[in-house]
Design a protein around this ligand. Structure first.
Ligand code: HEM
Length: 122
């Protein structure tokens, strides 16, 4: 609720974006995968759109809905990116590997997986 009030207040500053980054991080130990977060965001957008149609004329509703959709899509992207980057950083810390070393190993593993997937497809 606090999130919605802040978002729709228009007072979106650096702290707000930093908070979205934190959301991606805290979702990891809470078991909230990005698919759940995106499903919830989609529902919030739908409900907001319905509310716009009840509140404004059609043209105005579209303008307001599009603004909300745009900013909440960016929020979703930021939370998802934070989840991914934070997870990778945690792997680096947990395994005491540098990013470069991890990247090299991941590249090799991905190449194997791509080759296998292509082999399966042929
Ligand atoms: C619209 C999508 C979502 C957004 C924008 C969002 C945003 C956030 C934010 C900003 C926080 C940090 C709250 C704080 O400052 O303490 C947070 C934490 C959390 N979120 Fe989400 N979230 C979303 C979806 C979900 C879903 C789908 C679930 C679970 C069904 C969930 C569960 C949680 C939990 C458990 C926390 C940690 C609360 C705590 O331990 O303090 N979130 N989320």
């Amino acid at each position: 609720m606090q999130w919605y009030i802040l978002l729709t207040s228009g007072l979106i500053d650096d702290d707000f974006w930093q908070w979205q980054w934190y959301a991606g991080l805290i979702h990891i130990p809470r078991g909230i995968r990005n698919a759940y977060m995106m499903g919830m965001m989609s529902r919030v957008q739908q409900l907001f759109g319905q509310h716009c149609l009840r509140t404004f004329d059609a043209d105005q509703a579209l303008v307001v809905y599009n603004a909300f959709k745009r900013v909440t899509d960016v929020v979703s992207g930021l939370i998802a990116e934070s989840y991914f980057q934070s997870y990778i950083e945690a792997v680096e810390r947990a395994t005491a590997q540098t990013k470069e070393s991890l990247d090299r190993r991941v590249d090799i593993a991905i190449a194997e997986m791509v080759a296998k997937a292509q082999g399966v497809r042929l």
